[in-house]
Design a protein around this ligand. Sequence first.
Ligand code: V47
Length: 364
Amino acid sequence: MESYVEKAGLGDILHKIKNSERISREDGIRLYQSPHLLAVGYLANIVRERLNGDNAYFIYNQHINYSNICTNLCKFCAFGKDKDSDKAYEMTREDVARKVRERIDEPITEIHMVGGIHPDLPFSYYTDLLKEIKAIRPAIHIQAFTCVEIDHLAKLAGKTVDRTLEILMEAGLDSIPGGGAEVFSPRIRKLTCESKLSGEGWLEVAKTAHRLGLKTNATMLYGHIETVEERIDHLDALRQAQDETNGFLAFIPLAFHPKNTQLADLSRTSGIDDLKSLAVARCFLDNFPHIKAYWVMIGPKMAQVALSFGADDVDGTVKEEIITHMAGAETEQAMSIDELVRLIKQAGRVPVQRGTLYDVIKTY
Ligand code: V47
């Protein structure tokens, strides 16, 4: 395999990776541009196995999207709706409580809760949601509100991001999901999500959270109008931020789904791009402990293959996923533990059910 990697012209990068040396921006671009997918995957697998051995993680989680009302209306998003749209919805505190109670008998360990940038809801709505969930399930880990929402909540509260996060933590916030990062490039943000918090703003919120001891994830929405260079610049900004704070847990590349978006004329991502995005991220983000292949977006079969291309996590049971399904995802709404375990075992890896912070709950 190593001679194949050398023949593919990636011998110098193989040398760096074997010696745990950091690869450069140019190396990252070359990996993306290489037609030798298996060579790129081999390199990613070295890093994957060094950091995570044969473990492949999943979590028993529940997704709650409290409202799709959003003032940003990003061009790549089919979820966000204007408040006057007939498709707009907003859950009350009681609605969220019902969703949590409905599944109280399931061994869920994490609630993943995000929504749009709502123009009217008061700050107390968000703290009340957290308190309500914790009152019903005190042991649950709440991973909620993207950095974009946190920035909005700070403005609503009229407080600094630091203070806002402290208040949210007191109310029950345990960690922050990776959404809203999109692609940090100002060019891409201007063309696709002009009203959204800037890339620097997103990173600042994430780093502030890390300094307060909150772990966060990071994403990149790929496969729309961004260039390979812009993807690597995005990874580079994340790698630098992680060098500063070490607060990121996982990186999740998000495959763009065009249906019902303002970019609906674009194609869906290819399998090659899905695997490369995971593999290049694994090689480049040497300081990120985990790379997640989100089965909802790339499908369970691709997530399975991804476990040999750098990924060590397939997310979880999910259920009631709205953001990707509004944009045309054809994947199921949920996967059972049995299905996840089978999928991982068939890939030759060891299924590990984890808590949000990668604490081991059960090895199968
Ligand atoms: O913030 C929006 C993206 C994100 C589309 O942290 C789209 O563990 C594809 O961030 N096609 C939400 N993607 C999902 C997300 C996430 C999912 C699973 C796990 C974690 C984690 C985070 O989805 C949004 C946005 O970046 N998105 N529209 C679309 N049409």
